[in-house]
Design a protein around this ligand. Structure first.
Ligand code: GCU
Length: 423
């Protein structure tokens, strides 16, 4: 049986790789394109001051991302309550404290439960924090028998023992490789994580997760300009931020939001939506994340909208094979985060996510940072492997595949140290 599932997983990966091979990986075949200028107002006037950027241009760009890309997050939708349902003062041999927080959303007889797992370093009174979603449940991120198991729908992954869209003990600790909890704690930071499927299960079904809480009578799916899953995940991060502000053990003014891949798309959008995030980090976020859509390198808008029809808003589908008509490109998502520090991480073999396109987004967002007197990524040329740039826009490319590694985390910590503490 086990071999059968391993076989199925291999087959699935092979089919995915085969599909990915049909896309462009040849730099010489990247089309010519002109990017929208973040510092020109829709009426054609140049933006020359922070004031005009903040009052006029930023709202214009923000609205375009809301209406045309990710979909609007319903205003005023907030968790009904937060409750610490479990805590311990002695975790990892005294290195940390742990809290598990139940965030409850109740409305019209419906209920959504989202669980935040928080580790805080014992040595720090009011801890700065990294917050990020995990893919398969909080219990996967650490070898810690006390982490509660999510009841939410989870994508099957036979190699983790997840077969009926339900997790079991078998997957406890299977993702510790992506979450160097001790390193984070020893660096003086807390770590908070949530399972993204608690907020919105990652499947093309708009009757579960948080979406129905915002429907008007009779509505069964979001309208063309309303939130897809990425916006729903971003909303979940803003709710976690609301909780942090109530917790005296957390320094809510020093929260770095981090996400990998689809969840890196969500962390960037959350950083744009919610300016309380002091640092924003995306790892291998690719198409619809940091990568420029107009490059059409690796994953394209058409492909992402087909494979994941529920991630973006319906309006975004109008740009399938039609990137030049997008009123924005992803460098403007980075620009929406200005003047806060933003970090973009790529991996050499993660060509599907277009490392160069990820770098260039940071580069083309830089004029907005310059307006604030801050340095982004001034050079149009990418740095070599393992030579991180730690400006107000940070960037690295490491060797290896699509993943989150200790190397990545080391840079995220350095970046946060520099920009939050001037270290
Ligand atoms: C797929 C998808 C990417 C996404 C990735 C992930 O590869 O095409 O856009 O980033 O999954 O989330 O792992």
């Amino acid at each position: 049986m086990k071999h059968f599932f391993t076989f199925l997983t291999c087959l699935f990966l092979a089919v995915q790789l085969q599909a990915q091979n049909e896309f462009n990986y040849d730099e010489s075949k990247v089309p010519q394109f002109t990017l929208p200028n973040p510092l020109v107002l829709s009426g054609g006037k140049k933006v020359k001051s922070v004031k005009v950027w903040e009052k006029k241009r930023r709202p214009e760009i923000f609205r375009l991302f809301e209406e045309q890309v990710y979909g609007k997050i319903p205003a005023g939708l907030k968790m009904t309550s937060f409750k610490v349902v479990e805590q311990s003062d002695h975790v990892f041999n005294g290195l940390a404290r742990r809290k598990q927080v139940e965030m409850v959303l109740q409305k019209d007889g419906r209920e959504l439960l989202v669980y935040l797992l928080i580790y805080l370093p014992q040595t720090v009174e009011k801890a700065p924090l990294f917050v990020g979603y995990n893919f398969y449940g909080n219990h996967t991120i650490a070898d810690d028998a006390e982490i509660m198991l999510t009841q939410s729908w989870v994508a099957n992954n036979p190699s983790f023992g997840i077969i009926n869209n339900q997790i079991t003990e078998q997957s406890r600790g299977v993702r510790t490789n992506r979450w160097p909890v001790k390193m984070i704690l020893e660096s003086g930071y807390g770590l908070a994580t949530m399972y993204y499927g608690d907020v919105d299960p990652d499947r093309n079904n708009f009757s579960d997760g948080v979406h129905p809480f915002a429907y008007l009578y009779g509505q069964t799916q979001p309208r063309a300009n309303e939130w897809g899953a990425i916006s729903a995940w971003a909303w979940g991060l803003t709710q976690a931020m609301d909780y942090f502000e109530t917790d005296p053990d957390i320094d809510a003014s020093k929260v770095a939001v981090m996400g990998h891949s689809r969840l890196g798309k969500a962390s960037l959008w959350a950083g744009a939506v919610d300016q309380r995030f002091a640092v924003v980090i995306s790892n291998n976020s690719g198409c619809g994340g940091a990568a420029l859509s107009r490059r059409r390198f690796g994953e394209t808008v058409q492909r992402i909208n087909t494979a994941f029809p529920h991630w973006f808003c319906t309006n975004f589908k109008a740009y399938n094979d039609n990137e030049n008509n997008l009123p924005v490109d992803q460098h403007e998502l980075i620009a929406l985060i200005a003047p806060r520090p933003v970090y973009i991480a790529s991996a050499e073999q993660d060509r599907w996510a277009d490392p160069k396109g990820e770098y260039l987004s940071g580069h083309y967002a830089s004029p907005v940072y310059q307006l604030y007197g801050m340095e982004g990524l001034p050079s149009a040329d990418m740095p070599p492997l393992h030579q991180p740039i730690m400006n107000r826009i940070g960037y690295h490319i490491r060797e290896g595949v699509h993943d989150v590694t200790d190397y990545d985390w080391q840079q995220f910590i350095r970046f946060a140290d520099k920009h939050l503490f001037g270290k």
